[in-house]
Design a protein around this ligand. Structure first.
Ligand code: SF4
Ligand code: SF4
Length: 373
């Protein structure tokens, strides 16, 4: 039999452009192994970044059979970009594993939980279009406004108060009304392995905002999906896309101190998609410092080295116990650092950490209070 690197990826040919990324991991001494929240929570070699990339590679070049046991590790990833930071090559494991999910799903070996996400996508993302949150009744919402605001499905479903805070705060920051976007960015389709539909969803979103001057995005996951993953697939948006914290930090002088907030530790958790995904580390800290009147408390590992909450990449549905264990570890670290309140800028992280008993406040709520809206 020929050497592995001489075998073409005939079984999953759409992975051919990712062959060099896969091979960096396959032939690597695994420098990133301690960075992966999934293999830290469930210590199995196949769940390390190396193991996941190797399984996809060996399925693709027909070294192993096309079977769920070899395919499923591609879905054992939160998409946290943590391994990239420990990798001398800055290898794109996140993007490659998402591409592998798509190739494996097209070959009929996606996990049932991922297939259910694809089947239910239209029904679940309809919450943005059906006005279930009644955002259009807010005085700050106007369909023809030049600033579009994408709330995201996680906020729409699980954090309606924070969604309303985002509408009011964004309107105050841009000194005008906002138009609320009714189309999902398609992140669940990307994570589940439905690449064609993911790209179509991006095109629908681009169409929906084509007359807007800018798009402000509340959810860190949606912002990273647009600026990293849609951009990589050539479905970039026409209007400039910025995360809510980037907009708010430019208007820092409009924020006042929030009384009562600084009683006890207030610890900032870097959402993976906002931090490593978009490189946005200072704006949330600047906002929080302004509202607190002092620098926020920190986890032991922060910024590029911050640890994942376990909420991303569909891990809560494909490996719910592992996802819970990751979140529990973050809360234990928070308690070990002195406890208090966790502030984050990602609805999914907030839900996960809250479910493990932590007191969590979304940064958008603090900004809204600091703006007096
Ligand atoms: S991400 Fe980098 S360090 Fe980790 S296994 Fe792949 S090549 Fe090695
Ligand atoms: S992106 Fe995060 S979860 Fe995925 S393999 Fe890398 S470290 Fe693990």
């Amino acid at each position: 039999m020929s050497r592995p690197d001489e075998r073409p990826l005939t079984r999953l040919p759409t992975l051919q452009p990712k062959k060099s990324s896969l091979e960096l991991c396959v032939f690597c001494p695994k420098l990133c192994r301690s960075a992966c929240p999934v293999s830290n929570a469930e210590p199995r070699e196949t769940l390390t970044p190396w193991g996941k990339m190797s399984m996809a590679y060996f399925v693709a070049n027909e070294s192993v059979e096309l079977a769920p046991s070899f395919a499923n590790p591609a879905w054992a990833c939160t998409g946290c970009f943590g391994c990239r930071e420990s990798c001398d090559h800055k290898n794109d494991v996140t993007g490659t594993l998402f591409e592998a999910r798509s190739a494996l799903a097209a070959s009929g070996v996606a996990p049932p939980a991922a297939l259910r996400v694809i089947e239910r996508f239209d029904e679940r993302s309809a919450i943005l279009a059906t006005n279930a949150l009644d955002l259009s009744s807010l005085a700050e919402v106007e369909e023809s406004a030049p600033t579009a605001l994408l709330i995201g499905c996680a906020y729409a479903r699980h954090a309606p108060d924070e969604a309303r805070d985002a509408v009011r705060a964004t309107a105050k920051l841009v000194s005008g009304n906002v138009s609320v976007v009714k189309v999902c960015c398609g992140a669940p389709l990307l994570y589940a392995g439905a690449k064609k539909r993911f790209i179509q969803q991006g095109e629908m979103l681009a169409q929906a905002i084509k007359h807007k001057a800018r798009l402000v995005v509340l959810d860190a996951g949606c912002a990273s999906t647009l600026r990293v993953h849609h951009a990589a697939h050539g479905t970039g948006m026409i209007a400039p896309v910025e995360h809510f914290t980037e907009l708010a930090a430019r208007e820092l002088g409009s924020l006042n101190r929030v009384e009562g907030l600084a009683d006890g530790p207030v610890r900032y958790h870097d959402p993976c998609q906002l931090g490593r995904g978009l490189g946005v580390y200072d704006p949330p800290r600047d906002l929080l410092s302004r509202a607190l009147g002092r620098a926020p408390d920190e986890f032991q590992r922060t910024r590029t080295d911050a640890r994942c909450s376990g909420a991303g990449g569909l891990l809560p549905v494909t490996m719910p116990e592992v996802s819970r264990a990751i979140a529990a570890t973050r809360v234990d670290e928070h308690v070990a650092c002195g406890g208090g309140t966790i502030v984050t800028a990602c609805a999914s992280s907030a839900i996960k950490l809250r479910n493990q008993g932590a007191s969590v406040v979304d940064l958008v709520t603090i900004v809204a209070r600091a703006l007096g809206v």
